[in-house]
Design a protein. Sequence first.
Length: 429
Amino acid sequence: MASASASVQQISASAGEERPAVTAMAFVTDAVAQGRVSADLFNMTLGKANIREGSIATALAITEWPRDLDLLVVDLGDAADPIADAAALKTAVPGGCVVIGVGRINDVALYRDLMAVGFNDYLALPLVEGVARRAVERAFEARERGTVTGNVAAAKDARPRTLAVIGSRGGVGATTLAIAVADMLGNRLKEEVVLIDFDLHYGSLMLALDLEAIEALREALDQPDRVDALFIQQVAQKKTEYLYAIGAEEAPTGGFQARPHAAGDFLRSVHRRFRWVVADVPRGNPALQRQVIEASTDILLVTDLSLPGVRDAMRLQQLVHDIAPHVHLHLATSGVIEARRSAVKVADVERTLNCKVDCQIPTDMAAALAAVNLGKPVSGAAPNSGIVKALKPLVATLDSEPGSARSPAGSAGTLMRLARSFKDRKAKK
Ligand SMILES: Nc1ncnc2c1ncn2[C@@H]1O[C@H](COP(=O)(O)OP(=O)(O)OP(=O)(O)O)[C@@H](O)[C@H]1O
Ligand SMILES: [Mg+2]
């Protein structure tokens, strides 16, 4: 105890001012590391840090975090998927909270992945005296400079972002995911996000949210230069504190030929009011689909686990690569065919498209039905469903700067090999 109070005086002297105490929690498995974290945080928390025995699994079980939490130290323990858990935890804690991971693995790739999902630092065990304190001080300094990853204030100054959600086939769950991602993103950033259904004739987004379709969307796409902030304010319908939506219900008889760059011009106008747009992209209108892809910063490509689904995902991936090589492409598997019953496996999708699947959305009829019945995002109607859990890591990383586009699709030969191996598997059954 004597040494702890000596260190309080030393650090107070070096800090030399009355800073408010830091509100901190820690979940650390190992007793020695717990003692080290406790001693290192003693001064800045005025001895009030809430240090518990546990790991990231314990932290993930917490449903209500203190709103003023400044600092969380969490042991990654023996998490099977530490990055997914870290991303999920980052979405759960208050936006400005500094999160520092500790663990036995000393690996730069793990460190980088943790930084990418918004952790502020990672320290390998065993901890040497002062290491945790210095890491926390560095993270607070970075936060004050506004450079911390996931910092909401910094993010608000960032450039406009459009996430286009595209299903490789009909009914794979693209609209369900577009709505859930927009809702989760808005809640995470505490920022208004607008959903736009670009399927002017058969879009289901407004219906899914129990909102009224408007006639003005077609007009706005025809004459985007006449769209101003007031117009957007009037046509964007509010669903929740952070979620707005725009969608039409054009008569099936009337065709619509978007003039060149209509979607891009319209999105630029929308961005004057909303930094984040999530676009539900139609498959039936290739010209409009192309325009929305070109104007997007991020794309979520959703495929089911079927051979035609993967073939079309591959074609769409190639299209994205050709016309919008700048975008950050995310890949999700979804649909009503359960993964374990499907002919095509997630590994087949990854091999064929030559990129990792970011989200494996489980089939959850109850959650999907609850969302439909309540006219709410699945994240609002069934917040504990596997669908929401699978989306959390994606949502946590979305607001960081978009990276470079993924590598282009595998060749047609890869698809042929996939088709053959699928048929071989069927023959063996
Ligand atoms: N993960 C899921 N588990 C179970 N049902 C789901 C899931 N995702 C979506 N559904 C259901 O599947 C149906 C189609 O979903 P959705 O409209 O989101 O697909 P879509 O790809 O947008 O379809 P479309 O091609 O018509 O635009 C809906 O009834 C929805 O409730
Ligand atoms: Mg849809």
